[in-house]
Design a protein around this ligand. Structure first.
Ligand SMILES: [Zn+2]
Length: 631
């Protein structure tokens, strides 16, 4: 409700938010990745389509090494501790020796370069004269070579979104990573068909003022990409990572947001999480919190009736525990919807293949602990009234790694907010979970197999032709729709391409189309009709049938619902669900039929007819038909 009332065309209705977020020292930046629609990959001639068959696989492991300055990257070190094995599926027409790092890269794909330059143009970037291809360390195994090739093309650009001038710090052209086929904490299988597809990365400055503005900027940039007509479409082809911090907190990067429409909610929750962690840290410091070393308490459970611990011991594992002095009130404290400090520690432990932790703020009866076991644990660890403890069970090696990581995370809770890369949890809670520590800066080194690229005039000229002009586009839309605000909302909508296609292929009224795509689609989505999944050509057909007076306005809504539930032909659906529009002589006979009963009362006559033919008769056509019959 508030959003409606406060809506101003220029600031997306969140000038109030600006003050609130300003006060807490909110910092936010976006990293947007978009796959380009080129014929070939960035450094080889493989096709960029993803339909090919698996013809074999190779396996790799990774070892962390110090960089040239002698420093070890935290995230690389963390990954090495996990000792994961990586398998790579190789494909018939979409992978080659370059993709699995057994052959040097071929030259840079010129088509990809031109598209990236065009996008850079639209963002007013300054160009690098001689872009240098670099290797960027990749720690999650998604690249068999453990690096990704990337090149900085432009810097210091800007886009204007509403009244805001948004700084774009860099545009890079790089290789897409492999996609995960399957995996667990010990082994991951990747498909290399996606690896090496050209990808453009846009980084904004981190001075985005509110969560809602972040969402608007991401929409704007997404629209700009699509307007080139040269980017891949569909789920996963565009990815937005958000960097967030508040005063006293730490930089946290959230990856894997699936839907742009909820980006602001994820950011709001991250702000809340950091606020809560800062508060907890203050309390812990004041109380003199201290984490003790871990101890083996396997012996306490020799005759346990706890199924979970019994199984661990029977499998030759150990039970480790440690005391968290003065953590009593905080381990179970909710810091995000359904997530507690204990959950955060548990997330860390899960990265080494342990199912999770048991902690003292949980109901230990659920794990089958006896009263005497509870007393024994407390006595053994020296647990006082305000203290807490964590228990971890598992194989010898895993459990030691897990307890080290858990103690590290618990200590970080005293210090404040740890820097992390987190993954969005896409279950409707808009929360996130720990993936790995944030990578440190120095993980780039030059690619020596390929010469730097010289940007020449003909390339820049070609790019200019492809450069989308957002301002002109917005003006055209404003003329079509009558006001700038609706124009902007249509342009930033994910259905903008669909809007243009409908207008191109039908003689529909632009305002009506905009209304259906912006409001009706949202309403139907809310009612759980997945209308955005309907094949675009079918949506266009629906509007064509409406233009041809084959269905009514209400019929459009009804048929969209049906098409979202079942794959079927538009005309078949119209027939099957009796959605044909009744007009002309047919309408006249319907009126005559009803008039027998409701002769002298036009209002009642109309009402009764619409009761039966709500989806088939257009209201205004009915009015004029009734009037015509009187003449
Ligand atoms: Zn290839």
């Amino acid at each position: 409700m508030k959003e409606q009332k406060d809506f101003k065309a220029d600031d997306f209705g969140h000038s109030d938010d600006e003050n609130i977020y300003g006060e807490i020292g909110f910092r936010c930046g976006l990293e947007i990745h978009q796959r380009l629609d080129t014929g070939e990959k960035l450094f080889c001639s493989c096709s960029t389509s993803e339909n090919s068959e698996v013809v074999g696989s190779v396996s790799r492991m990774q070892r962390a090494v110090a960089g040239e300055l002698g420093k070890m990257d935290l995230s690389a070190e963390f990954e090495e501790k996990r000792k994961r094995r990586f398998l790579y599926n190789i494909f018939k027409s979409t992978s080659c020796l370059v993709d699995i790092d057994e052959e040097p890269p071929h030259g840079l794909n010129n088509e990809a370069l031109i598209i990236a330059l065009a996008i850079s143009n639209a963002m007013h970037m300054k160009f690098v004269d001689e872009p240098q291809i670099m290797r960027k360390g990749v720690v999650d195994g998604s690249d068999p070579s453990a690096f990704q090739r990337t090149m900085l093309l432009g810097f210091d650009g800007r886009v204007k979104v509403g009244k805001y001038d948004i700084k774009i710090t860099s545009v890079s052209l790089e290789e897409e990573s492999s996609r995960i086929e399957s995996g667990n904490s010990r082994e991951i299988t990747y498909n290399v068909d996606r690896l090496g597809i050209p990808l453009i990365e846009i980084d904004t400055d981190s001075d985005i003022k509110t969560p809602k503005l972040a969402k608007e900027i991401a929409s704007y940039i997404g629209t700009l990409f699509r307007m080139t007509g040269k980017v891949k479409r569909g789920i996963g082809t565009i990815r937005q990572d958000v960097n967030i911090s508040i005063k006293g907190g730490a930089r946290v990067e959230i990856k894997g947001l699936q839907e742009l429409s909820s980006m602001d909610k994820f950011i709001e929750n991250e702000v809340k999480r950091q606020k809560e962690l800062i508060e907890i840290s203050k309390m812990l410091k004041n109380a003199g919190a201290k984490i003790s070393d871990s101890v083996d308490i396997t012996g306490l459970f020799a005759n346990t009736s706890s199924y979970i611990l019994k199984r661990t011991i029977e499998n030759g594992g150990r039970i480790i525990a440690f005391k968290l002095g003065k953590f009593g009130k905080y381990l179970g404290k909710e810091i995000n919807p359904n997530r507690r400090l204990g959950t955060e520690i548990s997330d860390y432990v899960k990265t080494v293949g342990i199912g999770g932790i048991i902690h003292s703020s949980e109901n230990l009866d659920n794990y089958g602990f006896s009263e005497s076991e509870k007393i024994e644990i407390a006595r053994f660890l020296g647990i006082g009234e305000d203290d807490a403890f964590i228990i971890i069970g598992g194989g010898n090696e895993e459990v030691m790694r897990a307890s080290k990581i858990a103690i590290g995370r618990a200590n970080a809770a005293i210090a404040g907010v740890p820097e992390e890369t987190r993954g969005a949890i896409n279950d409707g809670s808009y929360t996130s979970m720990f993936l790995r520590p944030l990578p440190s800066g120095s993980r780039m080194y030059p690619e020596t197999d390929i010469k730097p690229v010289l940007l020449n005039d003909s390339m820049l000229e070609e790019a200019k032709k492809l450069t989308p002009d957002m301002e002109t586009e917005l003006n055209t839309l404003e003329k079509q729709l009558g006001d700038r605000d609706t124009a902007r909302r249509v342009m930033l909508s994910q259905r903008y391409g669909l809007y243009k296609e409908i207008l191109n292929k039908t003689d529909s009224d632009p305002k009506f189309v905009a209304n259906v795509l912006l409001q009706k689609f949202v309403e139907l989505n809310r009612e759980k009709f997945r209308v955005d999944n309907i094949d675009k050509t079918k949506v266009v057909e629906v509007f064509q049938r409406f233009s041809a007076k084959k269905i009514t306005k209400l019929g459009i809504e009804e048929i969209l619902k049906k098409l979202s539930e079942k794959q079927m032909d538009v005309d078949v659906a119209i027939k099957e669900f009796s959605l044909e529009r009744i007009s002309g002589s047919k309408l006249d006979s319907v009126i005559k039929e009803f008039k027998k009963k409701y002769k002298n009362d036009d209002v009642l006559l109309k009402k009764e007819i619409m009761k039966v033919y709500r989806l088939n008769i257009d209201g205004s056509e009915l009015n004029s038909a009734i009037n015509n019959q009187k003449k």
